[in-house]
Design a protein around this ligand. Structure first.
Ligand SMILES: [Mn+2]
Length: 226
């Protein structure tokens, strides 16, 4: 049984629900999954009337409210013994999805498949976009977040655009990362094995996989930035 939640976000609003409309659920059913569609969660009503920046961070209250709602939805589905598959949003969504997972499976490891490390802190971010920061919050690099994941439980696959301050953080914490160089050199199957060896050597821990579509080659997914 898996539960499918769809959460839109500005900029890529229609993408997630279009995947459902174009037959994602039917395809999952064909693959043998028993899918319960949890609906299109439109969280725009959580948007606060006023949401001034905090430091450089943009829309902090809105992202915070969405994070809480998503975490609760993921948690309640996981507590029913289901696999939660969440589609949508930019990668700030992972603040909620990973938190929901950690509240039920505190020993879960996190596989982050992305062109970007998304590990800027409120200090290092240039843009102030929270979708560039979720991993630093999840690791509590700045002690901002409650549900903390250990740096030893996190592994990256697919990196190809990492900011210099992010490189410093990855180095400081000794976070395992496989870039596109490794994927080209070893192939994705071998890289996934190596990533699992790093965070889940006995293959006995729960896995949270967070996938940014920009990890795909821009020739097959041209609409997601670089
Ligand atoms: Mn990305």
């Amino acid at each position: 049984m898996s539960e499918l939640l769809v959460v839109p976000s500005v900029g890529v609003d229609e993408g997630p629900i279009k995947m459902v409309e174009y037959g994602l659920i039917e395809q999952l059913l064909e693959m043998g999954w028993n899918v319960e569609f949890d609906g299109h969660h439109k969280l725009t009503d959580l948007k606060p009337a006023e949401d001034p920046n905090i430091g450089k961070l943009k829309k902090p209250r809105y992202v915070s409210r969405v994070t809480k709602a998503v975490a609760e939805a993921v948690e309640s589905n996981l507590r029913k013994g289901q696999l939660a598959l969440t589609l949508g949003g930019d990668h700030s969504l992972a603040l909620g999805t990973v938190s929901g997972t950690l509240s039920v499976y505190p020993d879960a490891c996190l596989i982050w498949i992305d062109a970007h490390a998304d590990i800027n802190t409120p200090e290092t971010t240039d843009s102030g976009n929270l979708h560039g920061c979720p991993v630093s919050f999840l690791l509590a690099v700045d002690d901002l977040f409650q549900e903390r994941i250990s740096e030893f439980s996190l592994v990256y696959i697919g990196l190809r655009d990492v900011d210099p301050p992010e490189k410093e953080i990855l180095k400081k914490y000794g976070i395992k990362a496989f870039s596109m160089y490794h994927v080209d050199k070893y192939g994705i199957g071998k890289v996934v094995e190596m990533a699992l060896d790093a965070v889940n050597p006995n293959r006995d821990l729960p896995i949270h996989l967070s996938f940014d579509v920009d990890a795909l080659d821009p020739t097959v997914a041209p609409s997601t930035g670089k």
